[in-house]
Design a protein around this ligand. Structure first.
Ligand code: ZN
Length: 142
């Protein structure tokens, strides 16, 4: 009995081929800027922000998918606590209290930067997603 075996990449490639000549019939938005890609090809480049997208079902790359993007509360809190500890420890060390305070101050400074970076990345993702939602909502009211 012949068996048809196909891996994920072959299947994705086959899907792309099936949709290559078709255009998107319903409202589908760029995941980056919220541009409505309706009447555009299923695979292409967003005419507004230049981001590559693939709107083929089950592919959906750089296509807006509504989901909850949480505010990075934990990261913001952790970075503030770390930087607060850094400040407290380094201030003590500067006054000549101990070398271990300097070491711990440095460690908390690194942690603060790490959490701060994660908070920044999370906030940017949150803002971008919210901006796309706003754009889609405002354009659907027209
Ligand atoms: Zn775009």
């Amino acid at each position: 009995m012949p068996s048809v075996r196909m891996n994920v990449q072959e299947f994705a490639h086959l899907l792309d081929q099936l949709y290559r000549e078709k255009t998107i019939a319903e409202s589908t938005w760029c995941g980056r800027c919220g541009y409505n890609l309706r009447t555009r090809p299923y695979i292409g480049v967003c005419p507004e922000c230049g981001h590559r997208y693939n709107a083929v079902p089950m592919r959906m790359q750089n296509i807006f998918v509504p989901h909850d993007v949480p505010l990075p509360y934990a990261e913001v809190f952790s970075s503030l606590v770390s930087l607060g500890l850094t400040f407290a420890l380094l201030r003590g060390a500067a006054a000549g209290v101990s070398a271990s305070q300097l070491v711990f101050g440095g460690m908390f400074a690194l942690l603060g930067l790490l959490f701060g970076w994660r908070a920044w990345v999370g906030l940017r993702a949150y803002r971008r997603h919210r901006d796309v939602i706003r754009r889609i909502e405002s354009e659907s009211e027209e």
